[in-house]
Design a protein around this ligand. Structure first.
Ligand code: AMP
Length: 577
């Protein structure tokens, strides 16, 4: 896209956000006009009304489980207007990491349009600060398996639905054509082979690469951890012009082999750069010297990967990508130079109708997009053109400010409590902070947590928290005992602290798992139909999530119990509290 094109996208965004309240009312009217015939809306007696008050008084707030029977009917082949006026064209599968299994969601052209609008908007703002001209992008993106539902609809991840869409391919050519890897790599059936080829394709055009990106930061970190293992093999392929035998998918082999010819000069240069690097610090700018930034979703459950990503990125800026879900898009990052920890998302008021449930008063009526208050936290409720009406997304956001008249959101966490035994309440964010605090003790030993998850062990009379850690290499027992105590003390919620002191919650348990355990977990989700691009490590695993639970338990190498509250507990047992 030319510079003038970016300027007009920015102008369009400024105009759209000038009177977000009016646009919200218009967007709701359009959604309800287009879908007035839908059985779901008729059943609630909306009777063709399109104003916000009638809509809110007749249509209930729902969660995915309320809509499941409707979506299942569509998937099973019911072509009547169930949720939308026009037929749903395919089914999206969410990553499934929150609930243990993918959710089915309706997908239609409206989602492709909103994806394009979001991508273009944030790309225009990024490009204003870091113009990339006609450069290429090393994109670690992956399609997922495509299945057919009983009714013959394609069921795949939302990202695959979008990337495969002809309309998206055609209209977004200027953004897509930057990708170093051919489609055979992106949509290959084996994501390990795709990853190897992405790295190879990126190295082949190393001087042209201006962006290194992925959907989520997790895939970026995973890519460079893998690079540490395979870099010599990649150099050999480039030197000899022959693709490694590890790539066995015929279409992928053929497409990548076409790009490969013997290049000893490039292989030597990569080899000497890699040999000079200390602990892979700054590997991205070293090998891709014209890269301007690293891009992907880095907020929420991706924050734990930021340290490692910064390490690989050296001095390159990290830019956090937009906020959306398989259900639909919410906002674009129009302040790309903010560090990921402060990233905000400006809601686009024409792609959906948004309501917000105040976190401090969940029983209160949700407020509209322009009625939210700065500094407060809310759960997001979405109504969109794809058949979701007053749908609780399950995400908590904080209002960071307003851009023109639309709010800029900061992602806080998923809404469900991750850890709770009695009166304690700890969210995904609390767990992340506790792991981070304990991780600082490891950093002193030049060690790091590769990934983590948690569990509540309620199998005994007094339940306790269990936190699983995969480490980059072995840690001394004394260090891990210290980490376990630090984690226990870092859950500062009064319910937890009080229960620990009174002995009503048992000692926190740290279970260390073998290297590669979390890779096995991601392989498991990918086998279920998830895409590597959308993978998010589940931060809580119940024993009922049998396969993941078995992977975790089968890989435990050591367990430590916190002694942080021992003296309180002893006193409590003697009746001292
Ligand atoms: P899925 O539909 O399974 O791919 O996951 C969608 C979920 O990913 C959202 O509901 C959020 O919880 C999370 N998510 C998406 N975008 C972001 C973002 N920019 N920051 C933090 N979390 C995000």
């Amino acid at each position: 896209m030319r510079a003038s094109g970016h300027a007009s996208v920015i102008d369009e965004f400024e105009a759209l956000t000038e009177d977000a309240g009016r646009l919200q009312r218009e967007t709701l009217r359009e959604i309800l006009e287009q879908n007035g015939e839908a059985e779901y809306l008729r059943n609630f007696g909306l009777g063709g009304r399109t104003d916000p008050d009638s809509f809110k008084s007749r249509i209930p707030l729902v969660t995915h489980s309320d809509l499941e029977p409707y979506i299942q009917r569509i998937a099973d082949g019911d072509t009547s207007p169930v949720l939308t006026g026009k037929p749903v064209t395919s089914i999206s599968l969410s990553s499934g990491t929150t609930q243990g299994k993918p959710k089915l969601l309706p997908f239609n052209d409206a989602l492709i349009h909103s994806t394009m609008q979001i991508y273009r908007t944030s790309f225009a703002f990024r490009n204003r600060e870091y113009p990339i001209g006609s450069g290429k992008a090393l994109q670690f993106i992956y399609g997922s398996k495509q299945a057919k539902t009983k009714g013959g609809l394609t069921a795949t991840t939302a990202t695959t639905n979008v990337y495969r869409s002809e309309q998206f391919k055609h209209t977004m050519e200027d953004i897509r054509s930057q990708c170093c890897s051919p489609d055979e790599v992106i949509f290959g059936p084996d994501c390990r082979q795709s990853l190897y080829c992405h790295l190879l394709c990126g190295l082949i055009c190393s001087d042209e690469v201006q962006i290194v990106s992925s959907t989520f930061a997790h895939s970026l970190v995973h890519a460079f951890r893998t690079f540490e293992q395979v870099w010599e093999e990649l150099c050999r392929d480039i030197r000899e012009g022959v693709l490694s035998s590890r790539v066995t998918v015929p279409a992928m082999r053929a497409a990548v082999s076409k790009l490969l010819s013997p290049n000893p000069g490039l292989a030597d240069s990569i080899h000497s750069k890699c040999s000079r690097l200390s602990d892979w610090c700054g590997v991205i700018p070293e090998l891709w010297p014209n890269a301007k930034y690293v891009y992907g979703i880095m907020t929420g459950s991706m924050e734990p990967y930021l340290n490692k990503l910064r390490h690989y990125a050296g001095g390159l800026p990290l830019m956090s990508a937009d906020y959306g879900s398989s259900e639909g898009w919410i906002g674009a990052n129009v302040n790309p130079s903010l560090p990921p920890e402060q990233a905000t998302f400006a809601v686009l008021p024409n792609i959906g109708y948004y309501e917000f449930i105040p976190l401090e008063r969940p029983e209160a009526r949700p407020v509209g997009l322009t009625q939210v208050e700065v500094g407060k936290q809310y759960e997001v409720v979405v109504t969109n053109f794809s058949g979701l009406y007053r749908y609780r997304l399950g995400d908590i956001v904080r209002i960071a400010g307003f851009r023109n008249s639309t709010p800029e959101l900061q992602f806080v966490c998923r809404s469900g409590l991750t850890l709770s035994i009695n009166i304690d309440k700890n969210t995904e964010k609390d767990l992340q902070l506790a792991v981070e605090a304990a991780g600082r003790l490891l950093a002193e030993e030049r060690l790091e947590v590769v990934d983590f998850t948690s569990h509540v062990d309620a199998s005994t009379e007094i339940g306790h928290y269990v936190v699983f850690w995969e480490l980059c290499s072995e840690a001394a027992e004394g260090v891990l005992r210290g980490c376990c105590n630090r984690m226990d003390l870092s859950f500062v919620d009064a319910g937890y602290v009080g229960s620990r002191k009174a002995g009503a919650i048992g000692a926190l348990e740290l279970r260390v798992v073998r290297r590669g355990t979390f890779q096995q977990i991601s392989d498991h989700y990918i086998r279920l139909g998830g895409a590597m691009s959308q993978f998010k490590t589940p931060r809580y695993v119940a024993a009922s999530n049998a396969e993941v639970w078995q992977i975790l338990c089968g890989n435990v190498t050591a367990c430590y119990f916190s002694t942080a509250y021992s003296s309180h507990v002893r006193r409590a047992c003697r009746g001292g509290i």
